[in-house]
Ligand binder design. Structure first.
Ligand code: TK8
Length: 364
């Protein structure tokens, strides 16, 4: 007998039991409680992790959001918040949030948007350099000094310029969200100096700049999509990886790596992307509601991510051996990657690199 058919039967039976237990009092079993069953099913990787329905779900168009991180991460929380803001503004949309690469990794999800096969993804900028070399500018290490500078650069003319160029690639860039400052973990030895990187097999995002940076620093880098990292560390096919503290903590990398180094070597933004083929089918009011919600959720995202960054660092410092990088060592890191920055400034485009450096300079 088909389980699906059994479910409503059991539920109404449970309802009866509850009524009986309450001695006949009217017990309101809301739609939500019934939906929890669906969500429980979604949790095991079946459907969307988060479903935010409009007040008129039957008529509404569904916007699916593909994320590469799990449902504990502030990115997921912020995507659900986006859905709540949007469904408050209009009944035209339901929002389904898929986490942990349930749909695809950053690069593939972005390509699905370009083809109109998916509505929304919020990837790191790094894999996008495979589509637009200009986006490699965000991978130039040791440029953005702190969160304030990051916000000023991204929310200013430079950030707008980088969002505008996405349209040529059938993508609509709606807002800059935060991934964060990246730090190194590994399972071989404490990394306190550039010399400690010698021969470490490190996973990087799918970007040539990161590959060349870690190669120049003496490590043995290999590109990999996020969804493969935990298993790679667990099986020892890679010794280490680099990510912001919330990801190291919430993806459980401390379970498979013992050493953490506060390298803070680059700031990675997330960019809120919408499929242009699908966007062009929407009317202006719908486009405005989506754009406003992505923009408003930006503040929520940055605030939450920075709160979690602090608590995550505290937590993982208890579970891993933490190494600070001294200023002298930091300078050695910066010197070693200068040739990489020079080389890639050509592929990125000198104008873009100059605009970026000037925008950062202007924040100091
Ligand atoms: C998640 C990725 C992740 C990134 C990485 O989709 O791949 O290391 O930092 O956050 O974008």
């Amino acid at each position: 007998m088909n389980k699906k058919l059994l479910l409503p039967f059991f539920l109404s039976f449970a309802l009866l039991l509850m009524l009986a237990a309450c001695g006949g009092e009217e017990v309101d079993v809301s739609e939500d409680e019934l939906d929890n069953e669906d969500e429980a099913e979604a949790e095991d990787g079946g459907g969307a992790g988060g479903v935010i329905e409009s007040d008129n779900p039957e008529e509404a168009q569904t916007l699916r959001i593909s994320l590469g991180l799990n449902d504990q991460h502030p990115l997921y929380e912020s995507a659900v918040h986006f859905g709540e803001l949007l469904t408050e503004k209009t009944d035209d949309f339901n929002v389904e949030v898929y986490h942990s690469e349930q749909i695809a990794g950053d690069l593939v999800a972005t390509e699905m948007l370009q083809n109109g096969d998916l509505e929304i993804t919020i990837p790191s900028t790094s894999p996008l350099m495979n589509i637009m070399p200009e986006y490699g500018v965000f991978d130039l290490p040791f440029v953005i000094p702190d969160h304030e500078a990051a916000d000023e650069v991204l929310d200013g003319p430079f950030g707008d310029q980088m969002l505008d160029m996405l349209e040529d690639q059938d993508l609509v860039g709606l807002a800059w969200w935060e991934n964060g400052f990246r730090n190194l973990t590994n399972d071989i030895r404490p990394v306190e100096s550039i010399d400690d990187l010698d021969g470490l097999t490190l996973r990087t995002m799918e970007t040539d700049i990161h590959l060349d940076v870690w190669d120049a620093l003496g490590a043995n880098p290999t590109p990999m999509s996020m969804g493969e990292v935990f298993t790679g560390l667990q099986q020892g096919t890679i010794d280490g990886q680099e990510n912001p503290y919330p990801t190291i903590d919430l993806e459980g990398f401390d379970e498979v790596n013992d050493y953490l180094s506060g390298t803070n070597h680059v700031y990675t933004p997330f960019v809120f992307l919408f499929s242009k083929p699908i966007w062009d089918e929407l009317d202006e009011d719908q486009q405005e509601a989506i754009a406003e919600s992505a923009y408003e959720a930006r503040e929520f995202n940055r605030e939450r991510t920075r709160e979690v960054e602090e608590s995550s660092l505290e937590d993982i410092q208890d579970r891993m051996e933490f190494s600070e990088i001294t200023d002298e060592e930091y300078e050695r890191f910066q010197e070693a990657v200068e040739p990489v920055i020079e080389d890639h400034s050509v592929t990125i485009g000198e104008d873009i690199v100059n605009d970026f450096m000037e925008a950062v300079e202007a924040t100091q």
